[in-house]
Design a protein around this ligand. Structure first.
Ligand code: IPE
Ligand code: IPE
Ligand code: MG
Length: 265
């Protein structure tokens, strides 16, 4: 199997390429609805349509991984009616979409602290994941009750239990293997809709060298043209991963050996 890209290793992706992994914070549903004098939850319903369109656009463009932030560990702080509406919408969408996603060759992964979800939702997640497990056109990861800090902590705790003899000597690769994102390469392109320029506890570990793109479009307004704008911006960036421009020009991948104080290059 192909090695998954990690920014701490030598095999770096080249500037100008299409992103292999796009990660999106789908923000602005509530404001979209408010602008139309509708209840916030109407924005979430429209948000599902934008998800559908984005999945199709990623497949058309040959993107292999799409990761969507659907519900953060902090979103439980919202009014209880909105939280329960979102949970219901999640169950309904999983049940409605699983067969269609499967037909389209999508492998679905739901990542986050799923223990807090009720059994009906956990069951729907398990079924949708099992149904689509063998697909490889697009890996669609939905982060639900997810937080970047939560992921780092659960990975650290699981690693410490699995390899106590190595305590004090763990490497980045050791930890990354226990992340709930271990099945995917690190994101190349991060998009946040809704105008805020923050990471809100999404993929803290994996975004180390991801190119960031922010748009004022609200999530229900996000479409394939908006995705293309983000990709266009991404392809113009020079990804240096700590190196100099000159190094990138002379050789695309091979970093020179570092004789002393070798970092994990
Ligand atoms: C994003 O839209 C969806 C979730 C966080 C579930 P919001 O609901 O955050 O919409 P705004 O930011 O309030 O407009
Ligand atoms: C981030 O959006 C989480 C999701 C899109 C699921 P929020 O709307 O919760 O983020 P903050 O609170 O504005 O940072
Ligand atoms: Mg928001």
């Amino acid at each position: 199997m192909r090695r998954l890209f990690r920014s701490s290793t030598k095999d770096i992706p080249q500037s100008g390429d299409m992103p292999e992994h796009v990660a999106i914070i789908m923000d602005g549903n509530g404001r979209w609805a408010k602008k139309r004098l509708m209840p916030r939850v109407a924005g979430h319903v429209r948000g599902v349509e934008a998800v559908r369109g984005t999945v199709a656009a990623c497949i058309e463009r040959g993107i292999s991984y799409l990761t969507l932030f659907a519900f953060s560990s902090e979103n439980w702080r919202r009014p209880v009616e909105e939280v329960s509406f979102l949970m219901g919408l999640f169950v309904k969408s999983l049940k409605n979409e699983a067969v269609k996603l499967n037909k389209a060759g999508v492998r679905l992964r739901i990542v986050g602290d799923l223990e807090r979800f009720d059994p009906e939702l956990r069951q729907a997640i398990a079924e949708a994941e099992a149904l689509t497990a063998a697909n490889d056109t697009l890996t669609l990861t939905v982060a639900a009750n997810y937080g970047g800090r939560w992921d780092i902590m659960q990975a650290m705790n699981r690693l410490a239990v699995a390899a106590p003899e190595k305590a004090g000597q763990y490497s980045e690769a050791d930890l990354a293997a226990y992340s709930v994102m271990a099945h995917a390469p690190e994101p190349d392109l991060f998009i946040r809709t809704g105008g805020e320029q923050r990471v809100s506890n999404f993929l803290l570990w994996q975004l180390a060298y991801t190119e960031l793109f922010f748009t004022d479009l609200l999530w229900p307004e996000f479409d394939s043209a908006a995705l293309d704008l983000a990709i266009q911006s991404f392809r113009k960036r020079e990804r240096r991963f700590g190196r100099t421009s000159e190094q990138l020009e002379s050789t695309c991948v091979a970093a020179p050996a570092v004789p002393v104080n070798k970092v994990d290059a």
